[in-house]
Ligand binder design. Structure first.
Ligand SMILES: [Zn+2]
Length: 347
């Protein structure tokens, strides 16, 4: 969006640490220039060894131990007899693999997981949302929490963190009392890939724009937007979320609203309390979005959610690059999962 900004940004100390791609007005070109950035959009080589992504799917998805061919048999799966599902491998997964993984979770645990779609991308990819709770589908009046990943499709580490959180919430429910409490006491909605076309193309922008500048805002409340954001807005307006957490990469930051203004929201101190707790997991810094680059960013998700929903709305800039070496995936997943659990527990 804004080119030639690296000179200005370079005089702002924090700029060298953060993802210009995510919350500031800067463009991906800036991040590329400063940090050598992610691989080319067309490349599938993302690990430090330079090896191409393994073509194989998540092994346990098609492992054959789960009955899937006959749709009529799916609801009869007995959770007590399920073989354990292996955690997602520490590598970068394709959109189809992510899609298969989330549906596998839904098939295995239909009592706790509903895989729904709230729309589709311009290229026809599903906008998947997983609803997770102890009696999923039953309104028990529990706090609704929204967790989003990869509104910027090139920030692919976030999707790996989505798989990790989903695995924890769904597959470790029976063995971990903390997970059980988190799931039992909330109505969780997880969107593993907000921008599927961007993710598939390894691109920040879709339909020629930055998706995270396309949300309505008070001066443009019925703003027409690109399809994936219009769908996200409809989805949000149809719920009563107590809070939301958006994952980006990179910068090792916990982000607070506003992005569109240097003012602080009335609930800033409360938001900062949660942000500090999340940041302490891995030495991140709580930072107001608009101060990242000294310039407001209008039309971002966190501002929109706070404006329309009230409650607790934050973002996270994971890691130090958008596609860290595969050797770092496990550690970053651990941090991201712990931050997500703490966020849910705060609501
Ligand atoms: Zn981002």
């Amino acid at each position: 969006m804004v080119r030639g900004v690296s000179l200005r940004a370079s005089v702002i100390g924090i700029a060298s640490l953060v993802c210009g791609a995510c919350v500031g007005p800067l463009s991906i070109e800036y991040a590329d220039a400063v940090d050598a950035g992610p691989p080319d959009a067309g490349s599938v080589t993302v690990d430090d060894g330079g090896a191409p992504l393994p073509p194989s799917p998540i092994p346990s998805v098609d492992g054959g131990s789960i009955a899937t061919p006959d749709a009529g048999t799916i609801p009869t799966i007995d959770a007590g007899t399920l073989a354990p599902l292996a955690p997602p491998e520490a590598r970068y997964h394709t959109f189809d693999e992510v899609d298969a993984f989330v549906h596998e979770l839904g098939r295995r645990h239909p009592d706790r997981v509903l895989v729904d779609r709230y729309g589709q991308s311009a290229s026809g990819r599903p906008l998947n949302v997983l609803r997770i709770s102890d009696h999923v589908g039953v309104d028990e009046g529990e706090p609704e929490v929204l967790i989003n990943y990869a509104i910027h499709g090139d920030e692919i580490i976030t999707v790996e963190c989505a798989l990790a959180l989903l695995y924890e919430l769904v597959e470790r429910y029976d063995e971990d009392p903390r997970i059980r409490a988190v799931v039992d006491d909330h109505d969780l909605y997880v969107v593993p890939v907000v921008s599927p076309d961007g993710f598939a193309a390894r691109s920040r922008e879709v339909e020629g724009v930055d998706p995270n500048r396309q949300f309505p805002y008070p001066e443009a409340p019925s703003r027409a937007s690109i399809g994936i954001i219009a769908a996200a807005v409809r989805f949000f307006e149809a719920h009563n979320f107590s809070g939301s957490l958006d994952y980006h990469a990179f910068g090792q930051l916990v982000l607070l609203p506003y992005g569109a203004s240097f003012e602080q929201p009335p609930t800033y101190a409360e938001l900062m309390g949660v942000a500090r707790d999340l940041a302490s997991v891995a030495g991140y810094e709580p930072t107001q979005i608009s101060y990242l680059f000294g310039e407001p960013a209008i039309g971002g998700s966190v501002d929109y959610y706070l404006w329309r929903g009230g409650g607790t709305h934050l973002g996270i800039e994971l890691a130090t690059e958008k596609a860290p070496p595969t050797s770092q995936i496990a550690t970053i997943r651990g941090h991201a999962t712990e931050m997500g659990l703490r966020f849910i527990e705060a609501l």
